[in-house]
Design a binder for this molecule. Sequence first.
Ligand SMILES: Cc1ncc(COP(=O)(O)O)c(C=O)c1O
Length: 445
Amino acid sequence: MTDRQASSATGPLDLETYWMPFTGNREFKSNPRMISAADGVHFITPDGRRILDGLSGLWCCGAGHNRREIADAIAGQARTLDYAPAFQFGHPKAFELASRIRGFMPEGLERVFFVNSGSEAADTSLKIARAYWRQKGMPTKTRFIGRAKGYHGVNFGGIAVGGIGPNRKLFGSTVESDHLSHTLLPENRFTRGQPVHGAHLADELEELVALHDASNIAAVIVEPFAGSAGVIPPPKGYLERLRAICDKHQILLIFDEVITGFGRSGARTGAERFGVTPDIANFAKQITNGAVPLGAVVVRRDIYDTFMEQGGPGYAVEFPHGYTYSGHPLACAAGLAALDIFEQEDLPGQVAAKEGFFEDCIHGLANHPHVLDVRNFGFAGALTLESIPGEPARRPYEIAMYCWQRGLYVRYGGDTLQFGPAFVMEKSDIAEIFNIVGDALRAAA
Ligand SMILES: Cc1ncc(COP(=O)(O)O)c(C=O)c1O
């Protein structure tokens, strides 16, 4: 069986009915790339080909696929308590996981709200920020400041603060927001890790405060390093300046750590690695190692306390927000098992130990055809490719298709190729990723 003749165990697959997310549906359905199993750092296709996973799924499977400990925990939980109401009643594993997550946070981030995705984390954090200021008697603080090229998922709040045009233009206007410039500067091209130029771009926040007035601004939201726009590490000193300006004007700082959190930065959080603590931090991708959807919004204790103090009688709901599947028992069981692995195998330490090798490999492509820039941080990296005139996204797509044929999955988006190996990946597999990509660049028209 070939990819083109996609079929399941019960016969030919109906490819038309499923409307695939963030996918060129017409292209995919004429050239399906099916994944039917996984093993460690490889995917397996229905015809048995092993495909090296160059992005840990979608940045979420850092411990490698199909971890038995996680699978057993999910199966055991499904047999014991498949679901418990998330509102007004509780189940122990949600509390256990919240405490566990708190233990991975920088000092001060102490209360954990569960969601199911990074998009829900984004919108939840924005709602917490607005409601917090209202509770503090400052109800005009409603505006948000995001950053160009920022990605905060696809819900209405997230696309409003996000800075990726194509993700916004179809959907009309959303919540009030403004944006800082991105930090992708030409003088920083081919920098290894954090660039030296660009900390001054944080000062734009002062200009936005002058324009909107701090009394109208609830929060600034940024990814510690931008991921989906093609791995843009923060210039040295940039996050520190943002933190200082937020403090000066009583503006909450939200870190969207959906990619940077839980290992990818070579630390437990991006906040820890960069030494800057936000007021609110959003997580999702790595907590359950991708096995069951789960995200978390972690806030300063006094933010939580404000809601409790202003919440009216004890039986009243202090924060009218949440999801049917917030803290789902299967997700919590998966999260606890995944965090055991995270600690026992010291996944952030593994990243820190191998990130130099990863950096050498990706920067080894700097002189290859079509490469305009190479960026990396921790176990995240990207290439910016020279566009084919009039078709900016085509070359990365074609290169990714070449890689797929050669047994490598890489993510392509805009004019970039993105890499995020599993934290447990051997150096030989990391080298293999970039050997194949090197061949693909040389073969590309
Ligand atoms: C920083 C960031 N925030 C939010 C999201 C959205 O996460 P989800 O796709 O789980 O909604 C992503 C996904 O890539 C992300 O990278």
